[in-house]
Design a protein around this ligand. Structure first.
Ligand SMILES: Nc1ncnc2c1ncn2[C@@H]1O[C@H](COP(=O)(O)OP(=O)(O)OP(=O)(O)O)[C@@H](O)[C@H]1O
Ligand SMILES: [Mg+2]
Length: 353
């Protein structure tokens, strides 16, 4: 259970490796020394780990396998293992044989890195999907026109208009993606100024009116709170306006014709909260926690069907942009909703003092 001469080297390594976890084992893969971090990971006191087999201490076959490979080959080996009994984290494992027997195992936590990689992969897969759908339509429509099989001008024009709509979807998607990436990168400098909440809301009502009229939805600005005179929100007018417009667009898109959308605001000591309420399709509790994620849509087919009359894209990015805008202001965004009854979306920004 001892590895001669290794203790000093181990201590030296332990001191140098920083956040890495180090474990020293003998030729039978029994633990000779374990750093404090390794003991935490195994959820046992350091002294209890001594003499334990690697597999008993960490319960990880992949970790054991890397160690055995290093022992039997006499050369350094590496691999990856999920460790930690309760909330497993991902570690790279380097197993280095020592000249006089035994191994040093260096574990490096790469959980965050792997998570980032997964998010990036999902992101690319989602974008590809969102781009492919309109592209396929455009290609089919263009092919049909090019093949000469439509000979009346009216149908040709109808196809050309469909192509135009699909290209608009693509353009909006690209705009949203660019927006999201600038906001997410933290490069956007907010230019905040004291804003009259009434004016913020009136502007948004005016901007959404044309789309709402087309879908026969009534948009109104609710009266502000009775003690609201003089209250100012400290926000970037462009970004806050964009967030409210995204809410309003959704409210119109997910309302039934004849419905109403109401914009309002309230304030407490520190925040001004803007609300956009509708009596549309609503959102079931299971989805409420996820709709602010990029690309998340409750019902893909409905989101797209809704677009056709609205002429805008539906990528599932609008709310992700709102969340980032809220956070960039040091504020928050959320929703209160009931399926089949309606939703109230809100964004909170600091109050100017
Ligand atoms: N007012 C609402 N009523 C019901 N469901 C909503 C409402 N607002 C958003 N949702 C749900 O949340 C999803 C995500 O909304 P988000 O604005 O992020 O994306 P989108 O509107 O589908 O696409 P985009 O905004 O990128 O054009 C929507 O697809 C819809 O399922
Ligand atoms: Mg939207």
């Amino acid at each position: 259970m001892t590895v001669p001469g290794s203790a000093d080297a181990f201590e030296a390594l332990l001191a140098r490796r920083g956040p890495d976890l180090l474990v020293l084992v003998d030729d039978a893969l029994r633990i000779v020394r374990a750093g404090r971090e390794a003991a935490l990971l195994a959820e046992r006191p350091e002294e209890r780990l001594i003499g334990m087999s690697l597999i008993a201490a960490f319960g990880s076959a992949p970790l054991d396998a890397v160690a055995w490979r290093a022992l039997s080959s006499g050369a350094a080996q590496d691999g990856e293992a999920e460790l930690g009994p309760r909330a497993p984290r991902t570690f790279t494992v380097d197993a280095v044989p020592l000249p006089r027997g035994g191994l040093v195992l260096a574990l490096h936590d790469v959980t965050a890195v792997r998570r980032g990689e997964r998010v990036r992969r999902d992101f690319v897969a989602n974008i590809s999907h969102e781009l492919r759908t309109p592209l396929t339509s455009v290609k089919l429509l263009a092919e049909t026109i090019a093949s000469g099989s439509v000979d009346d001008a009216a149908t040709t024009r109808e196809f050309a208009m469909q192509i135009e709509r699909e290209v608009d979807h693509l353009a909006q998607l690209v705009d949203e993606l660019l927006d999201l990436s600038t906001i997410e990168s933290g490069d956007t400098q907010l230019t905040t100024e004291p804003l009259d909440p009434e004016a913020v809301i009136t502007t948004c009502v005016e901007r959404i009116r044309a789309v709402a009229d087309r879908r026969e939805i009534d948009v109104t600005a609710l009266p502000g709170p009775p003690d609201g005179a003089g209250v100012r929100a400290l926000a970037d007018p462009g970004r806050l306006g964009q967030a409210l417009l995204n809410f309003a667009h959704n409210a119109v898109k997910f309302s039934h014709p004849g419905g109403s959308v109401r914009l309002g605001w309230i304030a407490d000591d520190r925040h001004v909260r803007f609300t956009v309420a509708d009596d549309g399709v609503g959102i079931a509790p299971a989805h409420q926690g996820r709709i602010f994620e990029r690309f998340y849509k409750v019902d893909r087919s409905r989101a797209r069907a809704g677009d056709e009359d609205e002429g805008g894209g539906s990528a599932g990015l609008g709310l992700a942009i709102v969340r980032h805008i809220a956070e960039a202001h040091g504020g928050r965004a959320g929703v209160v909703s009931q399926a089949a009854a309606g939703s109230t979306f809100w964004i909170e920004v600091p109050k100017a003092t």
